[in-house]
Design a protein around this ligand. Structure first.
Ligand code: NAI
Ligand code: MG
Length: 492
């Protein structure tokens, strides 16, 4: 069996999932899917465009208003979501291998993620029974008021390639819990597990048309979904550049938006921290998934008295990280997702060189036999970086860390916050007062103290500032999918 054999890849062309049916794109067009570790083709995907998006939205609207779905009780929706979680758990290996083949992430990571994802689904299964309004008491006599929570309607979701199954589960879970319907547009570089997850929804008993999956390009299929006048809500995860386009495209019907747009997250190490724990954590925070993580800790602020020692410790961990084909159980880092991403990341390495940064390790794409056909960049630690340099300001989405020494708490707080983004922030200290002060002062949706990048189904995650708006995970995620209706009943 070759490493790319997978039961889901047996058919030559993967079709679109619309209204419970597998169909070709109306235009008949397809595009290739490739394994970024080897450059090998994995198959063809239907290339959906505006006409296919429209077909999927029509199906989602019909499923929302007519079909059996609006009559599902909360308990019935819960049962379907629990079944979906069980099916996903049973198929862990199939899903993990397909994600790794498609986007390159280490198999240990794609497999490990499924533990969290089944937890996310079971959390939303519980939340399906926890939807309720209130009975506020107006000062108007002879009046009864109830607030009622109703599903927002037909949802769209546009997702990135760095965690395709992950993002699919996060978009599908709250849709099913609240009784909405969905058109999901995966990223062109990693569409396979979103399609296989769509199939799993059908197997779990989700009625046809409730979850539709349309593969295709951002500028055509994605843009059509963002602009569609019959989509009530759109959830987008990806770059801030595309996020801005989506805000503009949504204006036609003023659809509700939630945006998760990445960042340039500060990770702050004080000299009093447990440095033996903080150093490997700082490496994983930025190099995990080859840096293709929205909340990656890419700006490492280190207190000056320990800057040299700590940088050496992080570079040592980085140098020991094993890089290779994600299907290899022993590797820590896989390839970048695509040639485009490789070009982007090596462009940032060139700009670091040109602007005067020094390289403590890494810095060049891996070349030679076994590397040339894939997109491999080793963990790279940059020193001699100034806050204003391009690499210290822009989201790179590659395994590139900038070390930035600092002298005082006040100074580092200002510098950490001096970014348009605000997704995550981390700090390591044993000083409880400082932990509380910075926990409050750092402008980010998640602040991690003596840990980094922890996630939990019950805990909200999302951005401040240009990292977006809306929250995923936790009760807030459900609210994004609900409307509030105030029902006034005059009693006399
Ligand atoms: P992207 O934001 O363009 O792609 C994400 C999704 O948006 C894909 O499904 C794509 O098809 C879709 N899309 C693209 N253009 C669209 C449009 N005009 N209308 C509607 N949908 C559209 O990201 P891309 O180009 O893949 O990566 C470029 C950079 O973006 C990365 O280097 C990284 O810095 C950042 N990024 C950040 C992510 C995050 O989670 N924060 C995820 C992916 C990329
Ligand atoms: Mg691929």
């Amino acid at each position: 069996m070759s490493s790319t054999d997978h039961p889901f890849l047996s058919a030559p062309t993967k079709q679109l999932l619309i209204d419970g049916q597998w169909v070709n794109a109306l235009s008949g067009a397809t595009f290739d899917s490739r394994n970024p570790a080897t450059g090998e083709p994995l198959g063809h995907l239907a290339q959906g465009d505006a006409a296919d998006i429209d077909r999927a939205v029509v199906a989602a609207r019909r499923a929302f208003e007519d079909g059996p779905w609006p009559r599902f009780t909360p308990a019935e929706r819960q049962k379907v979501i629990l079944r979906l979680a069980d099916l996903l758990e049973n198929r862990t290996e199939d899903f993990a291998r397909l994600d790794t083949l498609d986007m390159g992430g280490p198999i240990r990571r794609t497999r490990g993620a499924i533990g969290l994802l089944t937890g996310v689904l079971r959390y939303f299964a519980g939340q399906a029974l926890a939807i309720h309004g209130a009975t506020p008491q107006p000062s108007i006599p002879d009046m009864f008021v109830a607030t009622v929570k109703e599903p927002v309607g037909v949802c769209g979701a546009i997702i990135p390639w760095n965690g395709p199954l992950w993002a699919s589960v996060l978009k599908v879970g709250p849709v099913l819990a609240t009784g909405c319907t969905l058109v999901l547009k995966p990223a062109e570089d990693a569409s396979l597990t979103p399609l296989m997850f769509g199939q799993l929804c059908l197997e779990a008993g989700v009625p046809p048309g409730v979850i539709n999956v349309v593969t295709g390009f951002g500028e055509t299929a994605g843009a059509a979904l963002a602009a569609h006048l019959d989509v009530d809500k759109l959830s987008f995860t990806g770059s801030d550049v595309t996020g801005r386009r989506i805000v503009a495209a949504s204006a036609g019907n003023l659809k509700r938006l939630s945006l998760e747009l990445g960042g340039k997250s500060p990770h702050i190490i004080f000299a009093d921290a447990d440095l033996a724990v903080a150093a490997p954590a700082a490496a994983v925070a930025v190099f995990g998934n080859s840096g293709q993580v929205c909340s990656a800790g890419t700006r490492l602020f280190v207190e000056r008295s320990i800057a040299e020692e700590f940088t050496d410790a992080v570079a040592k961990v980085a140098a020991q990280m094993r890089i290779g084909n994600g299907m290899d159980e022993t590797i820590d880092l896989g390839p970048l997702v695509s040639q485009r991403q490789l070009t982007r990341v090596t462009g940032y390495l060139d700009s670091a060189r040109a602007e005067g940064a020094a390289f403590a390790c890494g810095g060049e794409r891996l070349t030679g036999a076994g590397w040339d056909t894939g997109f491999f960049v080793p963990p790279t630690v940059l020193t001699n970086v100034q806050d204003g340099m391009t690499v210290a300001r822009e989201e790179i989405f590659g395994p590139v860390l900038s070390v930035l020494p600092f002298d005082s708490e006040e100074e580092v707080t200002k510098r950490a916050n001096a970014t348009p983004f605000g997704l995550g922030a981390g700090l390591w200290t044993r000083d409880i007062g400082r932990a509380h002060r910075l926990g409050k002062a750092l402008r980010a949706g998640s602040v991690w103290v003596n840990c980094y990048n922890t996630l939990d189904p019950a805990v909200p995650s999302g951005g401040y500032k240009a990292s977006g708006y809306g929250r995923e995970y936790g009760p807030n995620h459900l609210e994004e999918h609900l409307q509030v209706k105030s029902l006034w009943i005059a009693t006399s």
